[in-house]
Ligand binder design. Structure first.
Ligand code: CTP
Ligand code: MG
Length: 225
C-alpha cells in the first residue's frame, strides 16, 4: 500500500500570538514543525510527506526539513492548503492512502496513525477514518451572556488529526467541495455522502491553539521524557 502524508503547517497562528507562524513556535527547544514531522515520519515509514507552509517561509522550512519532506506553499485556508498539496502529487506518485495531520498536534502516536489507516480496511471498509474523543464537559448554547439551552452530549465527540483517506475519495471530496470553510477533511467527505469511520483518539493528542495550550504541551512533553 502506498501512503502519502500532508502535514498542515501553513497557518499564521493568530490565536497563539507569536511573531512567527505557529509551526515555528518552540517546544522543548525545537520548532513544533519538527516534532510533528517526526511523528508523521516515524509512524508512516516510507511515506511521501508534504508540508504546507505560509508564503515566504519556504526557504526556512526547507533548511529545517532537508529532503525528508516536500515543501508546498499553502493557501489562505486550511482546506485550500490541503488542495494545493494534493495538486502537487504527480500521476506517477499517486498513493492509495493519504493521511492529513495538523502541525498543531505534536503528540499523536504511531499507534494512532496506524489505527486510522487500518480503519479504512476494517468493518466493511471506509473512505476516511478519524480519531474522536468523548466530551466530558456539559454543553450549552449561549447568547449575549445568557444560557439558551443545554445540549445533549449523546453522540457528540471532539475530532482530532491524523485523519486517513482513500486517495481517490479525498481528491473527489476536495474537487466537489462547495466552499472553503471546512476545518477538517472528513467534513468534505461527509458533504458528498462518503463513509467516515471513527477510532478512539488520544487524550495527550492536544491541539496547540493558544499560549495556554503551549504551556500544557511543555508539561505533556516533560511527562513523556
Ligand atoms: N493551516 C494550513 N493552512 C492554512 C490555515 C491553517 O495549513 N491556511 C494548518 C495550520 O498550520 C494548523 C492546522 O491547519 O496546523 C489547523 O489550523 P489552526 O489550528 O487554526 O492553526 P492556525 O490557522 O495557524 O491558527 P490561527 O487560526 O489561530 O491563526
Ligand atoms: Mg486557523
Amino acid at each position: 500500500m502506498r501512503i502519502a502524508a500532508i502535514l498542515l503547517a501553513a497557518g499564521r497562528g493568530e490565536r497563539l500570538g507569536t511573531d512567527a507562524p505557529k509551526a515555528f513556535a518552540e517546544l522543548d527547544g525545537r520548532p513544533l514543525l519538527l516534532h510533528s514531522l517526526d511523528a508523521v515520519r516515524s509512524s508512516l515509514e516510507g511515506a511521501v510527506v508534504m508540508v504546507t507552509v505560509p508564503q515566504e517561509w519556504e526557504a526556512r522550512t526547507s533548511a529545517l526539513v532537508g529532503n525528508s519532506a516536500r515543501v508546498v506553499t499553502g493557501g489562505d485556508t486550511r482546506q485550500r492548503s490541503v488542495a494545493v498539496a494534493l495538486e502537487s502529487i504527480g500521476h506517477d506518485e499517486e498513493p492509495d492512502v493519504i493521511v492529513c495531520h495538523d502541525v498543531a498536534r505534536p503528540f499523536a502516536t504511531a499507534a494512532l496513525f496506524g489505527a486510522v489507516v487500518d480503519a479504512l480496511e476494517g468493518d466493511g471498509g471506509a473512505d476516511g477514518a478519524i480519531p474522536v474523543i468523548d466530551v466530558a464537559d456539559t454543553l450549552k448554547r449561549v447568547d449575549d451572556g445568557h444560557v439558551v439551552e443545554t445540549i445533549s452530549r449523546d453522540g457528540i465527540v471532539r475530532v482530532q488529526t491524523p485523519q486517513a483517506f482513500r486517495y481517490e475519495a479525498l481528491v473527489r471530496a476536495h474537487r466537489e467541495a462547495g466552499d472553503e470553510s471546512a476545518t477538517d477533511d472528513a467534513s468534505l467527505l461527509e458533504r458528498i455522502g462518503l463513509r467516515v469511520a471513527t477510532v478512539e483518539g488520544e487524550a495527550d493528542n492536544i491541539k496547540i491553539t493558544t499560549l495556554g495550550d503551549l504551556r500544557l504541551a511543555h508539561m505533556i512533553g516533560r511527562s513523556r521524557g
